[in-house]
Design a protein around this ligand. Structure first.
Ligand code: GDP
Ligand code: IMO
Ligand code: MG
Length: 420
């Protein structure tokens, strides 16, 4: 039993990559299991900042192996750009990456349709990253997707069938020109040759390595509230971001899992459309956004900000089977006199017993006002370095959710981490 899952417990951007990079020092293999280049995972090492979209955040340690699991949707252009970017910074990633032959490929037409759909949806738009993620997963489910393994099989036949369908959508629904077969076929063929040494049955690889005593970390993208089943549908991403997705998207046996860490920011953010019960509006939201530097790592969009939401975290604890919490960006709250903790939801005068599947925009939140600590904690390195009111805030989160806080992050740097 030596696999650890890391999941986001909110609407993404919880600081997962900082935590994954921190944990990776003692891990042999890091695997992404869902999502695609919609993710923006930031790692800071000294003065250097790296933003990963598809490549696992553990790649910075020279001896870790990285896996792109079957549940990921792989965009060849984004993937190769990232590999090139790392190469320019002296990191040879490609030799340490394994790509599942069952991964679905994001085609340029998926990106185009994602943008066209958003542009024509008016008030019903999702606010996607326009990376073609939802369209690619929809094609996977419709059984008209293209997989990495297909690049080495009857690619011509398969691609012709897929393009014919996609082009009908492009021309008949959106009035756009059709996409040409030959340039796409040629570029996919060339890509297939370049990544051939990396392609394999990654489920077999991961299970064999685990059985041989290696350690594996499964890197979640997005967060629980963006999960296709457990999130704020339809304002979600198109994959299972939760623990179930880690199993189906990597193909490792659940018997290997011994920890599931839920990453939660000390407040909450969200990019894109959709309900957000503890959201702060106007100047208050702007103030928190500024303090936390809350701008998207993939699209640069300003993130919506709000108070901590315990009901959402309880939901995340339940559906993920969390064994521990990692509280990040606690340093960002150093400025406040009072910190409201949203701990229960009410609708029509009644307290709800759980995070609801529908009607989240009609929720009233009950808050407990916690006293702030009004001092800089970014230099804290142990529990005892934290001010009393800060400890009370952390303890309240643990108490309200019933899951122990195991790490606290007080800055983006590797050393700005407190182990409890
Ligand atoms: P992810 O998508 O969950 O990996 O998170 P992002 O990388 O999109 O966003 C988190 C941002 O917060 C990044 O800019 C990190 O460098 C930064 N960060 C992570 N942990 C901390 C922390 O404890 N304190 C502060 N101030 N910044 C942090
Ligand atoms: P990381 O891994 C925050 C959001 C988008 C949009 C919705 C659907 O960095 O936490 P999509 O492009 O996936 O179809 O968009 O999901 N979204 C994210 N929000 N962090 C992310 O990833 C996200 N990936 C997608 O903003 O609301
Ligand atoms: Mg992010």
């Amino acid at each position: 039993m030596s696999a650890t899952i890391v999941v986001g417990t909110q609407w993404g951007d919880e600081g997962k990559a900082k935590v994954i990079d921190y944990l990776s020092e003692n891990i042999d293999i890091i695997a992404r299991y869902q999502g695609g280049a919609n993710a923006g995972h930031t790692v800071k090492v000294g003065d250097e900042t790296y933003i990963f979209h598809l490549i696992p955040s553990g790649i910075l340690y020279p001896n870790t192996m990285c896996v792109i699991g079957n549940g990921v949707v792989l965009d060849p252009v984004a993937f190769e750009e990232e590999i090139e970017g790392l190469k320019k910074r002296g990191i040879d990633a490609i030799g340490r990456i394994r790509v599942s032959d069952a991964c679905h490929i994001v085609l340029p037409v998926h990106r185009t349709i994602d943008s066209l759909r958003e542009a024509s949806a008016g008030g019903n738009k999702i606010g996607t990253t326009k990376r073609g993620i939802g369209i690619c997963y929809a094609d996977k489910t419709m059984r008209v997707g293209l997989r990495v393994g297909d690049l080495y099989g009857k690619l011509e036949e398969r691609l012709k069938h897929i393009l014919e369908m996609k082009n009908r959508e492009l021309t008949e629904i959106y009035g756009e020109p059709a996409m040409e077969f030959q340039p796409l076929f040629d570029s996919l063929k060339a890509f297939a040759e370049r990544i051939k040494p990396c392609v394999m049955n990654t489920s077999l690889y991961l299970n064999r390595e685990l059985e041989a005593g290696k350690t594996v970390l499964l890197e979640g993208a997005q967060g629980t509230a963006l999960d296709i089943d457990f999130g704020t549908y339809p304002y979600v991403t198109s994959s299972n971001t939760t623990t179930g997705g880690a199993i189906s998207g990597s193909g490792i046996s659940f018997q290997h899992i011994n920890e599931v860490y839920g990453i939660c920011k000390a407040y909450v953010t969200r990019v894109g459309e959709g309900p957000f019960p503890t959201e702060l509006h106007g100047d208050e939201g702007e103030h928190l956004r500024k303090l936390g530097g809350e701008f998207g790592a993939t699209t640069g969009r300003p993130r919506r900000c709000g108070w901590f939401d315990v009901e959402l975290l309880r939901h995340a604890a339940r559906v993920n089977g969390l064994t521990g919490l990692v509280l990040t960006k606690l340093d960002v709250l150093s400025d406040y006199e009072t910190l409201p903790l949203g701990h229960a939801y009410r609708r029509d005068g009644k307290t709800l017993d759980a995070f609801p599947a529908c009607g989240l925009d009609e929720i009233e939140v009950e808050y407990e006002n916690m006293p702030g600590w009004n001092s800089d904690i970014s230099g804290a390195r142990s529990w005892n370095d934290l001010p009393e009111n800060c400890k009370k805030y952390v303890e309240a989160i643990g108490k309200w959710t019933g899951v122990p806080v195991k790490f606290i992050s007080v800055g983006p740097g590797r050393d700005q981490t407190i182990v409890l």
